[in-house]
Design a protein around this ligand. Structure first.
Ligand code: IPM
Ligand code: MN
Length: 348
């Protein structure tokens, strides 16, 4: 039987709850579709940081490199470890070390889920640059604590980085409705964002079938609320994509439904799959977390691993559950009830 090796990093808070739920569903999908998942769980988290002084061991990245994929629940427990420390110690280094340059996030309403908008028929694939841009981590502080203190944080846009994320976007658009929206702020940021617009135009010439819109981030925020059904593939820089995908999560009914994949399209290292939501300390361990975003992210992982049938069966099962109201409103069902409903539908 085909076996895929998965490194599990449940992380903090509800990350643990939703990782357990996801693995139950993925295991059931494997039984139905003839593959197995060989998992190893790593306790890397804020608790691990408190015990060891690091979010993961020094050879953590090398350990993960041997797996077919990484599945991550959530990172963050600000009561004990500042978010700027925990995220720069685990999630962000993995994205960068494994060149997971495409962060892809689907935004559409699952059956039975009511979003806050009148619009219903939207189906957006947000593609966020995931390794450079505004989150490159280049910068520093001098004269700390004095009146002359200076903080500098530099955005980095490389031709290689901008070109590959846009190319990935064009390729996705070719498989979908052949429309790509490139999001910048080139009216105000005259170097990096004008450069991004130029690269978009260069690539557009290679993909004549794809219609391209150039939008500024501010107008784009409004469009995602006023006319999301006009969007197909959306490509944005790290910061802009980060913000737009929380907006995307909101219009699809909330973070409980927002799935995400950090993809290394060249497959030179494992890709990582995680729900968009965080660790939600207030409801951690109470069985209240909605596992749908996490399970959907797990389906994206199976698709990446070549198990497209199982992935689409999971999506169908999720929607069979939500169509009957399971997991569609906060607090209406427990994590276990939602997971059981998805598995029941999967076994159909
Ligand atoms: C996300 C998260 C992370 C990000 C944070 C926690 C660093 O908000 O995945 O969207 O911005 O990359
Ligand atoms: Mn975010």
């Amino acid at each position: 039987m085909k076996t895929h090796s998965i490194a599990l990093i449940p992380g903090d808070g509800i990350g643990v709850d939703v990782t357990d739920a996801t693995m139950e569903v993925l295991t059931a999908a494997g039984e139905a579709h003839g593959f197995a998942l060989k998992t190893e769980t790593f306790p890397w988290s804020c608790e691990y940081y408190v015990e060891t002084g690091a979010m993961m061991p020094a050879d953590g990245i090398e350990t993960l490199r041997g797996f077919d994929a990484v599945y991550l629940g959530a990172v963050g427990w600000p009561k004990t470890v500042p978010d700027s420390v925990s995220l720069h110690g685990l999630l962000l280094p993995i994205r960068k070390a494994f060149t997971q340059y495409a962060n892809i996030r689907p935004h559409r309403l699952l059956k039975g889920v009511e979003g806050p908008l009148k619009a219903e028929g939207f189906d957006i694939l947000c593609i966020r640059e995931n390794t450079e841009g505004e989150y490159s981590g280049a910068g520093g502080r001098v004269h700390e604590g004095t009146a002359n203190e200076v903080a500098v944080e530099t955005s980095i846009f490389t031709r290689a980085g901008v070109e590959r994320i846009l190319r990935f976007g064009f390729e996705q658009a070719m498989q979908r409705r052949k429309h790509l929206t490139s999001v910048t702020k080139s009216n105000a940021q005259k170097y990096s964002m004008v450069f991004w617009d130029e690269v978009t135009k260069e690539l557009a010439a290679e993909y004549p079938e794809v219609t391209v819109s150039h939008m500024h981030i501010d107008a784009m925020a409004a469009k995602m609320v006023m006319a999301p059904e006009q969007l197909d593939v959306v490509v944005a820089s790290n910061l802009f994509g980060d913000i737009l995908t929380d907006l995307g999560a909101a219009i699809q009914g909330g973070l409980g439904f927002a799935a995400s994949a950090n993809i290394n399209p060249d497959r030179t290292a494992p890709s990582m799959f995680e729900p968009v939501h965080g660790s939600a300390p207030d409801i951690a361990g109470k069985g209240l977390a909605n596992p749908i975003a996490a399970i959907w992210s797990g389906a994206m992982m199976l698709e990446h691993l070549g198990e497209a049938e199982a992935a689409s069966a999971i999506l169908t099962a999720i929607e069979a559950a939500t169509a009957t109201g399971v997991g569609t409103r906060p607090g209406s069902h427990s994590t276990g009830e939602i997971t059981a409903a998805v598995i029941a539908a999967l076994k159909g």
